[in-house]
Design a protein around this ligand. Structure first.
Ligand code: NAP
Length: 246
């Protein structure tokens, strides 16, 4: 579904981002795997079957300079800009509001929300100037940004921000043929959720109508749909992938 397309995936070194990279590659895309952690990036490339068509590149989504550099490196490597961008990089620094430190609040906002600005602005500008049409940008929010979650005021605020950002960017960029959509995952089994204690996981499981946690592959399938022309008339949409939890 994606043959001939060049995609960039932030947070591609682990979890959901890694599965998106692998499925995009299977669907025929060339993929730039962008992450802070180059060991993780190399592992993703290995699981994708090597570097012949793909490329590992350093990216700190919290820094606009770093993302501009990532964009230049990708252009140097492929001689073109990506027509698909998935922004999966994200962090949690959980804690109850009354105990949350200011650095933990700021870090989460800087990576999850400011990172969304840095990635969307840089790659949308590249798509527009290269007259790439169609272009597809996919942001990753969370059910926490839709319904809230105790212990996650910082994370929920950042992800609610990603939803509002996506809706507004879609309104600005539609006229250039650039679609901007968002996936809001529920509980997905990745390194991010591995550290949640088992008794909390059991409590969560009872609340999920489908009776199971999601897999990163479940999010990757939706990302392929949003990246491809099968969703050509969709922009500004928030797709919930949460087993019925919300
Ligand atoms: P993950 O397994 O922790 O993977 C996130 C990846 O992003 C890691 O490779 C991480 O690198 C990278 N990253 C962190 N900060 C970065 C930065 N500043 N610049 C570039 N890369 C950075 O998490 P995940 O579960 O796959 O989550 C992916 C996205 O889905 C996130 O936006 C998350 O908020 C969202 N989400 C996840 C769930 C879930 O249940 N898993 C639910 C809802 C939403 P390091 O490992 O080196 O930090």
């Amino acid at each position: 579904m994606l043959s001939g397309r060049l995609a960039l995936v932030t947070g591609g070194g682990r979890g959901i981002g890694r599965e998106v990279c692998k499925l995009f590659a299977r669907e025929g895309a060339r993929v730039a795997v962008a992450d802070l952690d180059q060991d993780a990036t190399r592992e993703t490339l290995k699981e994708m079957g090597g570097e012949d068509n793909h490329f590992g590149v350093e990216a700190d989504v919290a820094s606009l300079d770093s993302i501009k550099n990532t964009s230049s490196e990708v252009f140097k490597k492929f001689g073109e800009h990506p027509s698909i961008v998935v922004n999966s990089a994200g962090i949690t620094r959980d804690g109850y509001l009354l105990k949350m430190s200011e650095p933990n609040f700021d870090q989460v906002i800087n990576v999850n929300l400011k990172g969304t600005f840095n990635v969307n602005q840089t790659f949308a500008a590249a798509m527009k100037s290269a007259k790439i049409n169609p272009g597809s940008i996919i942001n990753v929010a969370s059910i926490s940004g839709q319904v809230g979650n105790a212990g996650q005021t910082n994370y929920s605020a950042s992800k609610a921000g990603v939803i509002g950002f996506t809706r507004s960017a879609a309104k600005e960029l539609g006229k250039f043929g650039i679609r901007v959509n968002c996936i809001a995952p529920g509980f997905i089994q990745t390194p991010m959720t591995d550290t949640i204690p088992d008794h909390i996981k059991q409590m969560l499981l009872f609340q999920i109508p489908m009776g199971d946690f999601g897999k990163p592959e479940d999010i990757a399938e939706v990302a392929v749909f949003l990246a491809s022309d099968r969703s050509r008339y969709m922009t500004g949409s928030i797709l919930s992938v949460n087993g019925g939890l919300y």
